[in-house]
Write a protein that binds this ligand. Structure first.
Ligand SMILES: NC(=O)c1ccc[n+]([C@@H]2O[C@H](COP(=O)([O-])OP(=O)(O)OC[C@H]3O[C@@H](n4cnc5c(N)ncnc54)[C@H](O)[C@@H]3O)[C@@H](O)[C@H]2O)c1
Length: 412
């Protein structure tokens, strides 16, 4: 077998962006992924996405509304790319694995630890792979920050800050993101941050947090500035106000296994927006954990600021994987309008190499579960009124917050 056949399941906003990612990959000599079909329970979304593929790639993939029917119609299908909203991940992923398909699934891997384990068990019993599509750490800026920490560029690391505060009560992309049983912002957005924290600083030992719901009703943004027709049309159809049941604010101390202390704040409410990310070592500071389309800086002990382009000359042995090097020859993604799609292309490429050549998956089920656990530890700690350990959360010993979600989803 020289390439894999894949189908996209879930053709909404991010699903459409995945198709742009696939297009980026097909335009390189690295591509070993063939798009065989699309699937969405909403036929209109599937057909719209098929139109995008036709426009971009010159063929119109078949559209299905039922996963099993699609798998029967395409017996040589190897994998599915699951980009449904998170509350459907476990159902769709388990069904796909039981149909004998490998799976790539968008973050957050699952809604709770229990649903993550259901998917990992299904992968195990079917001997198939799960790759969690977590894109932020794949940017060259995140790779460089980690390389610098490993090289001792800032000496022993002892502290960090990750603050992400977005003002106001606007709807965050989709109404479902504000509902506890559909993935609140602390999970949906929070896993990007917990993944970056774990990627740069190692495993979390414990988290002590306050988490709360500030805005119980969200308002539609006056305008949708996105380049994608799908987002624009959905915005037109959106209600003026929607209910919010999921926590939208958290403030926490993360204690890492290494002893590093991280001050975390995430909020989608209040009068001001601000964001700051810093990693302190005894010999300097890295500004930024790295992120899609971003760059990091080094701040030396005398206050001198060194930008990423200059840092690259100081770390000539810093390497990124061949496809990333093809996409980002300068190893800086700032200003690259296709960065979102290129990071998705890297995810598809890794999956194809894992299936075809046995390459290790960077974010497998266990990694995806740990990102979810660290995010849920925020609300679990707030309910417990004490610091909770990652071990307790991963083992389901601290579970009050997730019990409510599992009950709402009917997960036993
Ligand atoms: N990595 C990132 O930067 C990033 C960005 C945005 C979204 N996401 C993730 O992508 C996923 C999808 O988010 P979105 O914003 O595209 O949501 P969305 O609501 O725009 O799209 C979800 C799509 O899935 C379809 N769907 C739902 N259940 C289905 C099922 N059982 N079978 C087939 N199709 C089904 C819906 O009809 C819809 O078309 C989420 O997990 C989200 O967290 C990741």
């Amino acid at each position: 077998m020289t390439q894999i056949k894949i189908a996209l399941v879930g053709c909404g906003g991010m699903g459409t962006r995945h198709l742009y990612g696939l297009k980026e990959l097909t335009d390189t000599p690295f591509c070993r992924v063939e798009l065989a079909a699309l699937c969405d329970i909403n036929r209109e979304n599937g057909e719209r996405a098929a139109g995008e593929v036709e426009r971009m790639m010159g063929f119109r993939p078949p559209v299905y509304t039922d996963l099993e029917e699609m798998a029967k119609a395409i017996p040589d299908l190897d994998a599915v790319d699951v980009v449904t909203d998170p509350s459907f991940h476990h159902d769709v992923v388990c069904q796909a694995l039981d149909l004998g398909l490998h799976v790539m699934v968008e973050k957050p891997f699952g809604m709770t630890i229990k649903t993550c384990r259901m998917m990992m068990d299904a992968a195990e019993r079917n001997g198939k792979l799960i790759s969690v599509a977590e894109n932020y750490r794949r940017d060259p800026s995140a790779r460089l920050a980690r390389h610098m920490i490993e090289q001792g560029a800032i000496g022993d690391v002892y502290g960090a800050v990750l603050h992400s505060i977005r003002a106001g009560k606007r709807i965050f992309i989709t109404p479902w993101r504000h509902l506890k049983e559909r993935a609140g912002p602390l999970l949906d957005m929070g896993v990007h941050y917990t993944d970056l924290i774990r990627y740069q600083l190692g495993e979390v030992r414990e988290i002590y947090a306050d988490a709360r719901l500030i805005e119980t009703e969200r308002e539609k943004t006056p305008e949708e500035g996105s380049q994608y027709g799908f987002y624009q049309d959905r915005h037109k159809a959106m209600a003026e106000t929607v209910p919010a049941t999921a926590e939208d604010s958290a403030s926490a101390l993360f204690r890492m296994e290494s002893g590093i202390a991280l001050n975390f704040m995430m909020q989608l409410a209040g009068p001001v927006s601000f964001g700051r990310q810093m990693i302190w070592g005894i010999e300097g500071l890295i500004e930024g954990f790295g992120n899609r389309g971003s760059q990091i800086k080094l701040v030396e002990m005398d206050g001198t600021v060194v930008e990423q382009a200059e840092l690259l000359t100081r770390f000539p042995d810093f390497e990124i994987e061949p496809l990333a090097d093809h996409f980002f020859p300068t190893k800086v993604s700032v200003g690259d309008k296709a960065v979102d799609w290129k990071l998705i292309a890297l995810e598809y490429h890794e999956l194809s190499e894992a299936i075809l050549d046995g390459r290790d998956l960077e974010i497998d089920g266990e990694e995806g579960l740990r990102d979810v656990a660290a995010s849920h530890a925020l609300c679990e700690s707030a309910i417990a009124g004490r610091a909770v350990t990652m071990d307790e959360v991963c083992a389901g010993e601290v579970y009050a917050y997730q019990r409510e979600i599992d009950d709402l989803l009917g997960v036993k």
